[in-house]
Design a protein around this ligand. Structure first.
Ligand SMILES: [Zn+2]
Length: 335
């Protein structure tokens, strides 16, 4: 366990009430941050200094590291920062997308992805915008999206849903534990720009949030609204019926551009299309389950041909259907 994790773990021990008393939190019921970034960051740092007697005197001895492959043996990562609208940019790191908003007072960045990706991004935004990252927002707790946040620990405050914090701690994610959490909604303001964070219910995880940029009419949603793509694998960590509800909630929100955690940009029609996919699959699977068909029979029959052109169909359609069958069976009682 290294020093930086130790520092962050101290934050966990601070109750919301303690932070409130320190003048830091006014978040659960207030949609707007009451304090500027710098004061907030400073206060958090004061509160999270490790007590001297607990601070390790020296770094623990390192085990002999496994030699990393030579750079020439690793495929070069594909990375880019491209404008979506206004001051909102998409960061692509191979198959993962993040989003960032650049303001005169710094950057709000969603999902660090991993240490290498964030190290690259940190240098690139300094070069392109002469800015640093002031807030890191986690879209949900899954490691492939939120690892590497420690790269920004010198300048950023970390924000996530309350239950993401729990999973980040319990699963020992390789990223800082959130400094600030919320349950329903939170608005971040920086440099005259606004980012709205909204919890829309359980779906691909129980802590996924949507990140919206109202001025740019961009909504960023990770993993629970694939754009022209089937869902990931066997729907791990997911909640089927509530997932459909959360898609309806997003459809009722005001935005034009859908920015997903993988693949290309979409629109609101892609949310409806994915809900259609999910509802059609659920209904076909439920009908066969009621007719007494086995999991294998359902997987063989429910081929969802209408969606053959979607990303991930070849790899994941059978796993999607089998997972749907298991969830349907777990939540029904036959005659
Ligand atoms: Zn995920």
């Amino acid at each position: 366990m290294n020093t930086s994790f130790f520092n962050y773990s101290r934050i966990l021990k601070l109750s919301g009430a303690a932070l409130m008393a320190a003048g830091i939190l006014s978040l659960h019921h207030s949609p707007v941050m009451a304090f500027g970034h710098d004061k907030l960051k400073e206060s958090l740092e004061q509160l999270t200094q490790p007590p001297p007697q607990q601070a390790p005197a020296t770094q623990p001895a390192q085990a002999t590291p496994t030699p990393a492959p030579a750079p020439s043996q690793r495929p070069a990562p594909k990375r880019s920062i491209t404008n979506i609208a206004g001051n909102v940019y998409q960061f692509k790191n191979n198959f993962h997308n993040s989003v960032l908003m650049v303001t005169p007072d710094g950057i709000i960045f969603v999902d660090p992805i991993n240490n290498d990706a964030s190290t690259w991004l940190k240098a690139e935004v300094k070069r392109r915008f002469n800015q640093t990252v002031k807030y890191v927002v986690y879209s949900h707790d899954h490691a492939d999206h939120i690892s590497g946040g420690e790269v920004f620990a010198d300048t950023a405050i970390f924000v996530a849903h309350e239950r993401a914090k729990r999973d980040i701690i319990d699963e020992k994610r390789a990223t800082p534990v959130p400094d600030i959490t919320f349950t329903d909604k939170l608005t971040l303001e920086l440099g005259g720009k606004v980012v709205n964070l909204n919890y829309v219910g359980r779906n691909h995880s129980d802590n996924s949030i949507v990140i919206s940029f109202p001025a740019e009419r961009v909504l960023h949603a990770v993993d629970f609204i694939p754009v022209k793509s089937v869902a990931f694998r066997d729907l791990p960590d997911s909640f089927i019926d509530e997932w459909v509800d959360s898609l309806k909630t997003v459809e009722a929100m005001d935005f034009d551009i859908l920015s997903p955690g993988h693949g290309g940009l979409g629109t609101k029609s892609d949310v409806r299309a994915f809900r259609g996919y999910f509802e059609e699959m659920r209904s076909a699977v439920t009908e066969m389950a009621r007719a007494g068909k086995s999991a294998d029979e359902v997987v063989a029959a429910v081929t969802m041909d209408k969606y053959k052109s979607w990303g991930g169909y070849g790899s994941f359609i059978k796993a999607n259907v089998r997972a749907m069958y298991e969830r349907v069976q777990a939540n029904r009682r036959g005659n």
